[in-house]
Design a protein around this ligand. Structure first.
Ligand code: 3EB
Length: 322
């Protein structure tokens, strides 16, 4: 696919049924949210374990202006079309070795699959694990995850990190979900001028710095934005103040847009907002209403952020306006 532009890629939050969305030939991926963990029958569908905050959650639907094919093997699912690919793997980490072995296994499988694919550029990845903050100091599960992820990436010779999210869920114990967007075309990683790059975080945050880029300029057009919290430099700001953290996270998002020379978020910019304490949802929603255009689609989920003091994190997309 070198030279040719990728087919248009879009992301929507939709209240249509899963069936009708999956019936569309251009649907690349469909995410439903909540505690229902019955396995999906279509490899394009993923049940994300974070609980929606307030109201029935929409589906998140990825579509490409092309025909889509899909398949699965040994717990790994893929779906591809128009130069794009979704790859997803779910691992049960209750086997010996726990989170480290499970994370390294999930990444090894996923990276090997991606490297052997026509869509071999890993652009954006999501990581969901339970009890993300359990364990003290360097034994914290998130820090163990960071070590395993880095080891696998190094073993696969991956030196340019994708944009990423790593968030805790309250679903079944030991369920690790990793899914990624890949392309036949390369993206361009972007860093946030207000933040130290995650891979350069100092030792105090753990023995292995997190391997992700702050955002990824997608081939064709658009920006995929990593989990963004109230981190300035490398420090977490506004402990115990969820309002100030939400405002700071949005300021970080705006700094990234400015860096990418993109206009403000609009109807084609779906954002996902992970809130640690369900009781904070209303305050967070109020900050979003104040700081974002009313047209910006937003989905609030209960999710634990990878540093214990962080109460809210936002990820999402700034896709071409339509
Ligand atoms: C931060 O800025 C917040 O480990 O993949 C955000 C996005 C965060 C991705 C990851 C972690 C990750 O450091 C935490």
């Amino acid at each position: 696919m070198k030279g040719a532009a990728p087919a248009a890629f879009r992301v929507d939050y939709s209240h249509e049924t899963a069936r009708s969305l999956l019936d569309r030939p251009e649907t690349l991926a469909l995410f439903s949210f909540g505690p229902d963990s019955t396995p999906a029958s279509d490899p394009r569908q993923l049940r994300v374990l974070q609980t929606p905050l307030a109201g029935p959650a929409p589906h998140e639907c990825w579509s490409v202006a092309a025909a889509v094919s899909h398949g699965s093997a040994d717990g790994l699912h893929w779906s591809r079309g128009g130069g794009w690919q979704l790859v997803a793997i779910e691992v049960d980490e209750t086997s010996p070795g726990g989170i480290e072995t499970a994370s390294e296994y999930a990444y090894d499988r996923l990276l090997a699959h991606v490297a052997a694919s026509p869509e071999h550029h890993l652009l954006r990845i999501w990581n969901y694990l339970d009890a993300i903050n359990a364990g003290d100091g360097d034994a914290e599960r998130y820090r163990l995850f960071c070590g395993a992820r880095a080891r696998s990436m190094a073993a696969h010779g991956l030196v340019r990190y994708p944009a990423a999210t790593a968030i805790g869920h309250h679903g079944p114990r030991g369920r690790l979900q990793v899914y990624a967007l890949c392309s036949a075309h390369d993206g361009i990683a972007l860093e946030n001028p207000r933040q130290v790059s995650a891979w350069a975080y100092p030792r105090q945050y753990g023995p292995t710095a997190p391997s992700f880029a702050r955002a990824m300029q997608l081939p064709g057009d658009g920006l995929a934005i990593s989990g963004t919290a109230a981190v300035i430099g490398h420090a977490s700001l506004h402990a115990d103040d969820v309002t100030a953290q939400a405002e700071e996270a949005i300021a970080n998002l705006h700094a990234l847009l400015e860096r990418a020379a993109l206009p403000p978020f609009d109807a084609a910019s779906p954002l996902k907002v992970y809130v640690r304490h369900p009781d904070d949802a209303a305050v967070v929603r109020a900050v979003l209403d104040e700081q974002l255009d009313a047209s910006v689609p937003r989905l609030l989920l209960q999710g634990d952020i990878c540093r214990g003091e962080l109460l809210v994190e936002i990820d999402g997309w700034r896709l071409p306006s339509r």
